[in-house]
Design a protein around this ligand. Structure first.
Ligand code: PDD
Length: 278
């Protein structure tokens, strides 16, 4: 759909505009969500909206009234079946540039549809490469902030090195990827970094933990060192754009047998099955 939803109105994308005084434009002051739509149904929308509420609260903003209704209106109006909803909320427009925000500012709310490339089964079973990078981002990575410069630089670095992802290390511990969460497998146990302020509480991360649990595979949420990462049997990245992306090589280290492993494939297939029947 070419129309976007901006502050209560549907408008052609090419005609939509916001003020240059919007704090999102000037300061990257805002938060966002990316919600998959499968078969015209938003996937795990309540989980995304719960995270949105937390992100808003953590930056001192109120919950947005009727946001769920607006998303559903957007989906109803669209004639597309499978896509992603990009929801972008900034603190709003201020008459002059000032780091200090007023408390009575009206947020800018935008919803648009995006189509992100989803890997097919052939690509998934071939596996991807990743690189380890220092997690130099700020100390509130649990907020889904629109200020993504650190993530942007880290993802570009990965891309330029033919890697799917930069896997981020802070104080010798794995946090997440530049745009994904990370799981590892060692000796038939699945691990993922425990939630804290250094990583986003991924909706897909939680979905995979729950779906693996139904297969009697319990995921251990714990600290993972760089050494654990590089010596793991399997690694995969998770996100709303591609739920399971297996990693078979990290810089010069071959992961496991250098092939996509059984747990990664199982997670991928279970996620696919769930999504297809959603
Ligand atoms: N990003 N960590 C980071 C830094 C992310 O940017 C993302 C997703 C995730 C995974 O979260 P979820 O499973 O809820 O999508 C983890 C989205 C897809 C993006 O920015 O486009």
């Amino acid at each position: 759909m070419d129309d976007i939803f901006l502050n209560g109105n549907f408008i052609a994308k090419s005609e939509a505009s916001i003020s240059i005084m919007d704090r999102g434009f000037l300061f990257g002051d805002g938060v966002y969500e990316l919600i998959p739509v499968y078969n015209k149904k938003p996937f795990l929308i309540n989980k995304h909206l719960a995270r949105l509420k937390n992100s808003l609260n953590m930056i001192g903003m109120q919950e947005i009234d009727n946001i769920k209704e607006d998303i559903l209106k957007f989906i109803n109006r669209s004639n597309e079946t499978n896509y992603h909803i990009y929801l972008h909320i900034t603190r709003g427009e201020q008459s002059y540039r000032n780091h200090v925000y007023p408390n009575d500012i009206k947020p800018t709310i935008m919803i648009m549809s995006e189509k992100y490339p989803c890997f097919n089964e052939i690509q998934i079973t071939a596996g991807f490469k990743a690189t380890v990078q220092n997690d130099f981002r700020w100390q509130k990575s649990n907020i889904k902030s629109i200020s993504l410069l650190g993530n942007v630089l880290l993802k570009k670095h990965a891309s330029e090195n033919n890697c799917y992802e930069s896997l981020l290390i802070k104080n010798d511990l794995l946090t997440e990827g530049s745009a994904s969460n990370v799981f590892i497998v060692k000796d038939k146990t699945v691990y993922t970094p425990k939630l804290n302020k250094d990583l986003l509480p991924g909706v897909t991360r939680n979905f995979l933990i729950e779906i693996l649990d139904t297969k009697n595979i319990s995921v251990k949420e714990t600290d993972i060192t760089l050494n654990n990462l590089l010596n793991s049997d399997e690694i995969w990245c998770s996100s709303s754009t591609n739920p399971v992306v297996p990693i078979i090589k990290v810089d010069n280290s071959i992961i496991g047998k250098g092939k996509v492993g059984e747990y990664s494939l199982l997670a991928f297939k279970e996620a696919q099955e769930f999504i297809t029947s959603y």
